[in-house]
Design a protein around this ligand. Sequence first.
Ligand SMILES: C[S@@+](CC[C@H](N)C(=O)[O-])C[C@H]1O[C@@H](n2cnc3c(N)ncnc32)[C@H](O)[C@@H]1O
Length: 296
Amino acid sequence: MGAVPQLKRYLDKMKGQPLSDNWDDIEHLHGSNLEGLGYPTQKPEALLERILKSSSEEGETVLDPFCGCGTSIAVAQRLNRKWIGIDITHLAIGLIKSRLRDAFGEAVKETYKVIGEPTALPDAEELAKEDPYQFQWWALGLVGARRAEQRKGSDQGIDGRLYFHDEGEGGSTKQIILSVKSGHVNVAQVRDLRGFIEREKAEIGVLITLEDATKPMRTEAAAAGFYKSLYGQDKYPKLQILTVAELLGGKSIAYPQHSHNVTFKRAPRAETPQAEQLTLAPSDETAKPRKPRKHS
Ligand SMILES: C[S@@+](CC[C@H](N)C(=O)[O-])C[C@H]1O[C@@H](n2cnc3c(N)ncnc32)[C@H](O)[C@@H]1O
C-alpha cells in the first residue's frame, strides 16, 4: 500500500489571512519609543506605512488635512509618495519641518513648499495681532526651539527652550531659554530674562521681539556677559535680543557652531531620501490663523 498523498503547503507561497479591521499587531507609541516627538496624538509610522502601502502606489499623492506632527507626511516621503499636509497650528508645522530635516537631511527643505507662514514683517505683525500664541509658536520655530511646557510656577516667563550639546555627542546637555514678545518691549523684560537665566541655570537666554529693542535694553543685555564654550574657548553673549525682522533676514542665535541642536528628539533617519518637488500646505486658514481646536 502506498502512502496517502499529502499536499505540501509552503507558507511563503500562500496568500495568508486577509487583514481584518482590527489591527492589534502594531504597537502604539509609548514614552520610551524612539519615534516619539512629544506630540499628544502621534501615531506609529508602521501604522501609516501599512495604510499608505495598501491604498496608494509610488508617485501618487497623499493628503492629510489634519497632519499634526506629520507621521503620514514623513512616511509618504519615505515611500516615494507626493504629499500635501494641512494643519492649523504653527506648532505642528514647525515640528514637521524638524522631523523631515532629521529624517531626510537639510536638503529636504528644497523639495517642499510651506504656504501660510509669515515670510515678511507685515505678515508676522498680522499673525501677532490675530493670535499671539500662534505667533509665539511660529517665532520659536524660526530658531528651532520648542515650546516650554506651561507648568505652574517653574516655567513662568519662559516661552521656549532649545537644547544643545557642546562637547560632541557625549557631552552634557546645555540649555537656551527663550522669551517671545509680540507687544511693546522694555528694559524690565531684559532684566527678567537675566533672572530666569540664573534661576534655570541656562547657558544663554534669548528675547525674540517684534518691536525693535531700545538702547537701554541692549545695554542691559550686554551687561549679562558671555557664555564661554568649553569646547572651542569661544564666547557667546549670554543674553541675546533678536528681532523678528532680523530672524527673517537670516540672523540666528549665536551658540557654539560645532554643537548639536538636540531640542527635538530626532526622528529616525529614513533610508530613501527623495528629491521630488513636494508640498507642505497648511490650509489658507493658517494665513489667518484661528485659535486651535482641542486635539482629538
Ligand atoms: C489628531 S491630530 C493629528 C495627529 C497626526 N495623525 C499625527 O500622527 O501626528 C489633529 C490635528 O488637526 C489639527 N487641526 C484641528 N483643526 C484643524 C483645522 N480646522 N484645519 C487644519 N488642521 C486642524 C490640529 O492642530 C492637530 O494637529
